[in-house]
Design a protein around this ligand. Structure first.
Ligand SMILES: [Zn+2]
Length: 470
């Protein structure tokens, strides 16, 4: 290898001798390395040039602890750690990584007498992952031993990555649903005693345009009346640097707390299995083998559990019962089908009881009926159908979904694999239908009409019959 003669300066003092060049917005940005804020010298500022976050070379040397050598004649800086070497030249976009030439978005430059370099490029080349919260002007660097780094060398100006936003927190049917906008987060869920509570931490999140109220200190509470085992659901911005939303579900009189967590699309779902809920027993028809197919129809929610609240303030439980009863009326006319409803009035069987009923009956199909909601985006619309893993469930989902979309003409949000208790724990082909969005004004109006409900009921029944070959 060729030896390069460099004029090395042990100190980077000389940099302050350079005249001021260019103009860039200086600000009071902060840098976090593996969750800890770096204490930057007073005279050091993070700057943004052409949307790229630039840091003084002193930060690279002193705070990130990379070796930095300066060649004044060549106006070149060499940054080194272990085997990795990067060479950058002032005012030049061409840089060298080992002996490969790469092109930067923004050239290193002298600003306020200080050499500044693009932090994303340097950090990623050194195996750190970089996140930039533009609103808060915070740079987050994470060591590669903590998580996989993003593809290096891709300095595509994406220095505007922000934290994931929490946009909706709903507690219904003993299920906590948190909607998020942005990169998927890894929730950390723990249970604590005295009082019994479930703590859900969402690292790397802040509140977005939250549908629920927030006070000045970024705290809020949900209404949990009607849930005797839940005394409070509160949420707060637990940490600011970096952001971390925390949701606490405080429980009441719970002997044994268990929970399931699932992530579906941009929603985190946590199902609480708490014993002691006020339960109306579901009548179980003895499993007489009549040769007929057993169909279980499950209108969601009911009783103390309203489900979501529609844009016109009506509970989901009313809509799904009205539709469920129409499905019931049609299926009762089918001589080859033995129909069992999980509820045909305003009562609340727990999800475990609904599952148990279908499993004990050894039912042939299980269809759960729901109305969707996205209060933070009232434009959201369409029909989506969930199955869980089993191909028999997927087949049933495809058949019913296609008929529903055709009959209603709502947007096709497709058939999805969803880890939901009633379709996961049932042992027969099982689907969960989200007919349409009760949070969407036009769709809710249609869904409330007798005519559209009749069409939906017919589509569901036709789908079940087709699947069963009747
Ligand atoms: Zn529902």
């Amino acid at each position: 290898m060729k030896k390069i003669i460099v004029l090395m300066f042990l100190s980077l003092f000389f940099l302050f001798l350079f005249p001021i060049q260019g103009n860039a917005a200086a600000n009071t940005s902060k840098i976090f390395l593996n969750g800890e804020q770096l204490s930057l010298p007073n005279d050091v500022q993070v700057t943004i040039v052409n949307k790229n976050v630039m840091i003084p070379i002193r930060v690279v040397a002193e705070n990130l602890k990379f070796d930095v050598d300066w060649n004044q004649q060549a106006r070149q800086v060499k940054i080194q750690q272990n085997e990795k070497v990067i060479s950058l030249t002032v005012d030049q976009k061409q840089a060298m990584v080992a002996d490969k030439q790469v092109t930067l978005n923004t050239a290193p430059q002298i600003l306020n007498k200080t050499l500044v370099v693009p932090i994303r490029f340097v950090s990623e080349q050194m195996g750190l992952s970089v996140k930039w919260n533009n609103q808060e002007k915070i740079v987050y660097l994470t060591g590669s031993n903590n998580e996989p780094t993003e593809a290096s060398g891709d300095d595509s100006g994406s220095d505007t990555t922000s934290l994931t936003h929490v946009t909706d927190i709903v507690f219904a049917d003993n299920q906590l649903v948190v909607s998020m906008d942005g990169e998927q987060v890894q929730p950390v869920i723990s249970t604590l005693k005295n009082p019994d509570r479930l703590v859900v931490d969402l690292p790397g999140t802040v509140f977005g345009d939250l549908a629920q109220p927030l006070d000045q200190g970024l705290n809020g509470k949900l209404d949990v009346t009607g849930y005797p085992n839940v005394s409070e659901v509160r949420y707060s911005l637990f940490k600011r640097d970096p952001g971390q939303v925390r949701i606490v579900v405080e429980l009441n009189n719970v002997k044994d707390l268990q929970f399931d967590q699932n992530v579906i699309a941009d929603k985190l779902l946590i199902d609480l299995n708490v014993s002691g809920d006020s339960v109306t027993p579901v009548p179980v028809t003895p499993g007489i083998d009549t040769g007929r197919k057993v169909v279980v129809i499950d209108p969601g929610h009911g009783g103390s559990d309203p489900g979501t609240i529609s844009i016109t303030n009506k509970p989901e439980k009313e809509y799904v019962l009205a539709l469920g009863l129409k499905v019931q009326a049609l299926l009762l006319n089918e001589p080859d089908i033995e129909l069992v409803m999980t509820r045909d009035s305003d009562i609340y069987p727990t999800r475990s009881e609904r599952v148990q009923l279908a499993n004990e009956l050894n039912a042939d199909v299980f269809v759960s009926i729901h109305g969707n909601s996205a209060t933070s985006s009232p434009q959201a619309s369409g029909t989506e159908t969930f199955y869980y893993q089993r191909s028999s469930s997927k087949d049933l989902a495809n058949i019913i979904h296609e008929r529903l979309v055709k009959a209603l003409g709502f947007k096709d949000r497709r058939v999805k694999n969803g880890n939901l208790q009633v379709i996961r724990e049932t042992t027969m082909p099982a689907v969960l239908l989200e007919i349409g969005f009760l949070s969407n004004a036009a769709e809710e109006k249609a869904m409330s009409s007798e005519e559209v409900q009749a069409k939906a009921a017919q589509a569901i029944v036709d789908g079940i019959k087709e699947y069963l070959g009747i």
